[in-house]
Ligand binder design. Structure first.
Ligand code: SF4
Length: 407
């Protein structure tokens, strides 16, 4: 298979297709299923007394703000606008689904990304209302008391709770790089115990999904992701460093709405968040198409927000929605702030992508004509011939266009 075929295969595989219009019959069935699920949840007791309306009131946010958010998250979940009231209702019922959040080999950056916001978005506020039964970073209990609470929660909500995991699993050298509790459970044992009785496992952040920074060469602790350890259980990967709170909320909301995990790509990432390349929704894309690149930090291109491809931006090979959702209460995102994407939602990003050089030949050549000045040079020299990407760009842009229409 030549490089062009390999690239075409990569972008036409079933796992990367995003179907945003499945027809009326499908959505009618889905709506009935969601209504039934929400009715059952509403009749079940709330596990926490946290009420979304009170949380919104405390932040000075109106019902109208909440419904605007629900409308946006409905679009993000790739549902028709008529599903907005159901999404809003599901957000109000987030306190019906118990969550056990465990931390393994990590920096707690994903928790920090949610907690350190001084003007939280509604996504972040919604996460405050979930029935968070166990979280080592946030809970007051410690030691035996915390362990007893974990056991009790797992017993009470057996088969019903979501197990959220932050951090990688060190399995090198006897697996004893990290242990937890008085019995010195290894992180692998701890994960298998908690994931074993969960309804589904949500791996949050690139360490939990693909091993992340701890797995970077030479990977001294033998760090791996959750999906390398937990088998026979639905696993949802929400990578990025840190994972975006909007994508965590969207995934939990989807579970509340349907009792099922969202549609996933070939890396177990929800397609609603990771179905598109950063490059296709990037605010600097017009400069890429026009052949206008930052050549060195501080030059004319940098001052005019031109494309960062030649400075090592990996947006062309990274799937994520951060160009749309952004970080820090929607304030900005890395490319908006002037630094290229480092591909943090892709496997092995630290070794493969996190450096300030393009993946392949930086000499952007005009192809056979037209607007495109180059193609993307994908992963590890997979593709180097200029001009090949026009058809691929057209196909991917058409998909991105659908998302725009949907919004
Ligand atoms: S290469 Fe990077 S900066 Fe340039 S358009 Fe693509 S994603 Fe944006």
């Amino acid at each position: 298979m030549d490089r062009r075929d390999a690239l075409a295969k990569m972008f036409s595989a079933k796992g990367v297709r995003v179907n945003t219009n499945r027809g009326e019959a499908y959505y009618d069935r889905l709506k009935k299923m969601m209504q039934k699920r929400l009715r059952e949840l509403r009749e079940s007791p709330a596990a926490t007394k946290v009420d979304i309306q009170k949380v919104l009131d405390a932040e000075g946010l109106s019902r109208r703000d909440f419904m605007k958010w629900a409308s946006a998250i409905t679009a993000m979940l790739m549902l028709p606008a008529s599903f907005t009231p159901l999404v809003a209702e599901a957000a109000e019922l987030m306190n019906r689904v118990p969550v056990i959040w465990i931390e393994l080999q990590d920096c707690a950056g994903n928790s920090e990304a949610i907690l350190r916001s001084d003007s939280p978005t509604i996504d972040e506020l919604i996460l405050e209302t979930i029935d968070l039964e166990f979280n080592e970073t946030l809970m007051a209990a410690a030691g035996h008391q915390a362990e007893a609470h974990l056991e009790e929660t797992m017993k009470t909500f057996k088969g019903k709770y979501l197990c959220v995991v932050e951090g990688s699993v060190p399995i090198g050298a006897g697996k004893e790089w990290c242990t937890i509790g008085a019995k010195a459970e290894t992180f692998e044992e701890h994960l298998l115990k908690v994931a074993g009785d969960a309804a589904a496992v949500v791996a949050v952040g690139t360490c939990a999904t693909f091993g992340g920074v701890p797995a970077a060469a030479p990977n001294p602790t033998g760090a791996v992701g959750v999906q390398d350890i937990v088998k026979g259980k639905p696993i949802i990967n929400i990578p990025a460093c840190p994972a975006n709170p909007a994508n965590i909320t969207g995934t939990i909301l989807h579970f509340v709405l349907t009792g099922q995990i969202p549609e996933l790509d070939h890396l177990n990432r929800p397609k609603f968040a990771f179905g598109y390349r950063i490059h296709d929704n990037c605010e600097r894309r017009a400069h890429f198409d026009a052949g206008e690149f930052v050549e060195e930090w501080g030059d004319e291109g940098a001052q005019n927000n031109w494309c960062l491809y030649k400075m090592g931006c990996k947006g062309p090979m990274t799937f994520n929605n951060c160009s749309i959702v952004r970080y820090n209460s929607g304030t900005n995102w890395p490319i908006g702030a002037g630094h290229g994407c480092i591909g943090c939602s892709e496997p092995q990003f630290w070794d493969k992508y996190a450096y300030e050089r393009p993946m392949a030949d930086a000499n952007i050549k005009a192809p056979t004509g037209g607007v495109e000045k180059s193609v993307d040079e994908f992963g590890l020299g997979l593709l180097t011939a200029a001009g090949v990407g026009i058809a691929i760009h057209a196909a991917i842009s058409a998909t991105a266009g659908k998302k725009e229409e949907e919004k």
